[in-house]
Design a protein around this ligand. Structure first.
Ligand code: ADP
Ligand code: ZN
Ligand code: ZN
Length: 817
């Protein structure tokens, strides 16, 4: 009798591969274990056993597996069920899902690059002979590939050796996106080294007699460090001595003080006693009761709570209940909202039971969390994670919280699986019989619609915690202001007035501009030409800081041009504006205040993001200019004024969700203002103050926004009324992609008639030298989604059997964003 296994391998192949196993292997193997399998001419992959059976494949001769890699499954049956669901629903292969789901250290393959573990040195005595040979080789070579190791050990089956070396923490696996978690950096000062002697110090204090403020700072530094015997924070020194940070800065500039940063690690739990969770106020208490009631009938509940209503504390109570029942909790957040502030808050309540899972962690750390979750240990009762944490091997999941559920970054855009983590989480909860709470101050139309249809339970909190007033939102008509010459650069007189007042009172300001760079486009005044990216169909953006032109799609950059490339004229003008230009203008308008900028450019570097956040928290920044990075979950107590520089470029974005998103974005930014007892102020500059979205925003009227947007979605057959599948075709030859897309759309119309739109060129029709065409299939609620997908797959299969079209790349995006 022969035995076979079907194996998932991390490549985008439609079918599973079948391999031959011996009877004893078949007996030992379980679904979810890893096996090393040969593939193609010489490749080796790690595969996951999906099925063990006795049917020989008909189309090919099954090869033997190379090796069994695990003693017990690393992927559970429930996970495989979820993978299957994702693969069906989002129209991708199980291999695609496997690659997204497993930490890369689990997927050893021919291309894997092995490195020495530099973080930790190990005792070589624990290594077996073959392990030592590999380890030794890594002293001479910084990295090795699998076939190098095959040569060293003179055998093919090397994956088990590598696996053991990883487990012994002797080696690590290189990853493309590898960034260590960024610890919080706090700024400290000490006396400059040249003043350490008694005499030098005496001399210094004498010299400072004529600078009493500076002298006071030095004296305070002594008394503080003498009493606390701890490093002295800049912010503490400033408040103790009554001197501004500017005075301290001048001492640093003179070399009298030295500044240094200490990493205060916010991830490692320090092991102190857990805090008791907070007592809820009456609104939170009511909401909690209602949520629990709603969970009796509904697995999914939407919590619509205004910004700063204390939603997190309500989640905390539900989390507490769940872990007390011995069950696991998944707390899902968009990547950028996964801030140190929130991590600390949960660790204070739940201590070491909180595990963090996101892309900033190394593969090794992710493997650790994976194993804690798989074994349901005490160290991962609560997983706080971004999108990909839905792939963890939960054993006994009781609750999922999806915070900021409206965030579009829950949807993976590229590569496949193009899954939506919120929607997938609903399926995951279902498999475990768990409850799932979606929370937001600005719910997605999808979720609110589901709640209104009674598909989801629904609970509201309409009051901010501590009766903090909602910010006062004022619309400023800049068309009018320009006419009356009341604008300075991009600042209206109203905005300048409010800023002056806020700064005078010692409060902080956030300015929001939804574009980075200095000024998006350079345009020739003579001929109107603007420099284009050579690889993409977009204008290049001007970045003043580096005096460069850059493409935001492919990263292309060149030095800023002096003359027009079309007509040679030197009269170039910059149109539109970005964060960098706003920063420049603010510095000119308020030269005495400290201005900083937060966007992709300033936060890219090591610690960039944390440094800015910390500086704002410690009030070393008066005015922060930023992009939508600012909207996420940050709680800044001293920010009183938020200025939105230009609402129109968000509202006019060519996308059917642009209005909904503008509302969400602006309301979330506004939520940063006035989180304490003083009322915050929000100024929105716009050419069109009568725009419905802005009116709804200024009256904080979510429901009116919802009703109006839903009307549009009905009229134009958009989600959530219709389902949507977007098909993108890509090729470097325009004519080919054009012909191919016309063929594809025509074939689809035979099934779906008028519910097929396109093919159309998207607003940016060429990216990285590939021309794009889009086709949209709209699916009425009453049509079967699975039948629709079957038809699309059928069309796609005939398409790829046409020789001319084979090189055209097809991307299927279900529920596209
Ligand atoms: P949301 O998530 O709704 O924006 P948060 O949960 O962040 O609101 O709460 C806003 C602020 O109010 C936080 O600083 C939080 O610590 C505080 N807060 C909320 N609920 C309570 C409570 N029951 N007791 C004490 N402080 C609370
Ligand atoms: Zn020109
Ligand atoms: Zn480009």
């Amino acid at each position: 009798m022969s035995f076979f296994i079907d194996v998932i391998i991390p490549v985008p192949l439609k079918k599973l591969f079948t391999y031959n196993v011996t009877a004893s292997e078949a007996d030992f193997l379980k679904v979810g274990m890893r096996v090393a399998v040969p593939f193609g001419k010489s490749k080796i992959y790690t595969g996951i056993v999906y099925k063990i059976h006795q049917e020989a494949p008909t189309a090919y001769e099954a090869k033997d597996i190379q090796q069994i890699l695990d003693d017990s499954p690393i992927v559970t049956e429930k996970q495989l069920q979820l993978w299957q669901w994702i693969s069906n629903y989002y129209m991708c292969t199980l291999g695609d899902v496997m690659r997204a789901a497993l930490p890369s250290a689990f997927i050893l393959e021919s291309e894997t690059v092995i490195l020495k573990n530099t973080i930790k040195s190990i005792d070589e005595g624990i290594l077996k002979d073959d392990e030592f040979l590999v380890y030794e080789a890594l002293h001479h070579q910084s990295s090795l590939k699998i076939h190098d190791i095959s040569n060293i050990l003179d055998k093919k089956n090397v994956l088990p050796v590598i696996k053991r070396l990883i487990e012994k923490e002797a080696i690590s696996v290189e990853e493309e996106v590898y960034e260590k978690y960024k610890p919080k950096l706090v700024r400290y000062v000490k006396l400059g080294a040249s003043f350490s002697s008694e005499t030098a110090l005496q001399q210094l204090l004498e010299n400072l007699n004529r600078a009493p403020k500076q002298r006071q700072v030095i004296l305070t530094l002594f008394s503080v460090s003498a009493t606390t015997k701890k490093p002295v924070k800049v912010s503490d020194l400033s408040s103790e001595s009554g001197a501004s940070t500017a005075v301290i800065k001048s001492l640093i500039d003179k070399g009298i003080l030295e500044e240094y940063y200490i990493q205060t690690d916010r991830v490692q739990y320090s092991g102190e006693d857990n805090e008791a969770t907070k007592n809820l106020n009456e609104y939170q208490e009511t909401a909690l009761k209602e949520i629990k009631n709603a969970f009796v009938k509904h697995a999914v509940v939407l919590l619509h709570g205004v910004t700063s209503s204390g939603k997190t504390e309500v989640y905390v109570k539900l989390i507490e209940d769940t872990i007390n029942q011995g069950k696991q909790v998944l707390y899902l957040l968009p990547e950028i909202a996964l801030t140190a502030q929130l991590i600390t808050r949960l660790q204070n309540y739940f201590g070491e039971q909180v595990a963090i899972f996101h892309s900033k962690y190394s593969s090794q750390e992710r493997v650790e969390v994976w194993n804690h979750v798989l074994n349901n240990t005490v160290k991962a009762k609560i997983v706080l994670g971004a999108r990909s944490s839905i792939f963890l091997p939960f054993d006994n999941l009781g609750l999922i919280v999806v915070d900021e559920e409206h965030e579009q970054s829950f949807k993976q855009f590229d590569p496949a699986p193009r899954y939506h983590a919120r929607d997938t989480a609903v399926v995951l909860a279902n498999m475990h019989g768990a409850k799932i709470l979606l929370g937001s101050a600005t719910p997605s139309l999808e979720s609110y619609f589901n709640a209104k249809q009674n598909k989801y339970g629904f609970v509201e909190i309409t009051k901010r915690y501590n009766d903090v007033l909602m910010p006062d939102i004022e619309l400023v008509d800049i068309k009018e202001k320009f006419k009356k010459k009341l604008m300075k650069g991009h600042f209206s007189d109203r905005l300048i007035e409010e800023m002056t007042e806020t700064l005078r009172e010692g409060h902080q300001i956030i300015l929001f501009q939804n574009r980075r760079g200095f000024s998006p486009i350079v345009e020739c005044n003579t001929c109107g030409n603007s420099p284009q990216c050579p690889n993409c169909d977009v204008s290049l953006t001007y970045h003043q800081y580096r005096n460069q032109l850059r493409c935001h799609y492919c990263g292309y950059n060149s030095a800023m041009i002096k003359d027009c490339m079309a007509c040679g004229s030197s009269e170039l003008d910059t149109k539109g504006f970005g964060t960098e230009q706003i920063e420049e203008e603010v510095k000119l308008l308020f030269p005495d205040y400290k201005v900083a900028r937060m966007d992709l450019d300033t936060t890219r570097g090591k610690y960039g993001y944390e440094k800015i956040i910390t500086a704002l928290e410690q009030q070393e920044i008066d005015i922060l200019v930023g992009t939508q990075m600012l909207t996420k979950g940050l709680d800044f107590r001293n920010v009183k004024l938020v200025g939105i520089m230009n609402a129109d470029n968000m509202l006019n974005f060519p996308d059917f969700r642009a209005h909904e998103r503008s509302f969400q974005l602006m309301l979330q930014v506004s939520g940063r203002a006035g989180r304490t007892d003083e009322r915050g102020k929000v100024l929105i500059q716009t050419y069109n103050p009568y725009h419905n979205i802005l009116q709804q925003l200024s009256t904080n009227n979510y429901v009116e926004m919802f009703n109006e947007q839903m009307n549009e979605r009905y009229n134009y057959k958009y989600p959530p009324v219709y389902k949507q599948i977007k098909i993108t075709l890509k090729h470097k030859d325009y004519n080919r992609v054009d012909t191919a897309s016309v063929w594809f759309a025509k074939s689809l119309r035979q099934f779906f008639k008028d519910n097929v739109l396109g093919p159309e060129s998207p607003p940016i029709s060429r990216i990285r030298n590939q021309f794009h065409k889009n086709i949209l299939v709209k699916i009425p609620k009453e049509h079967s989604l699975s039948k629709t997908k079957k038809a699309i797959i059928k069309v796609n299969n005939s398409f790829s059997s046409i020789k001319d079209f084979r090189s055209v790349k097809i991307i299927l995006n279900v529920d596209n964003f």
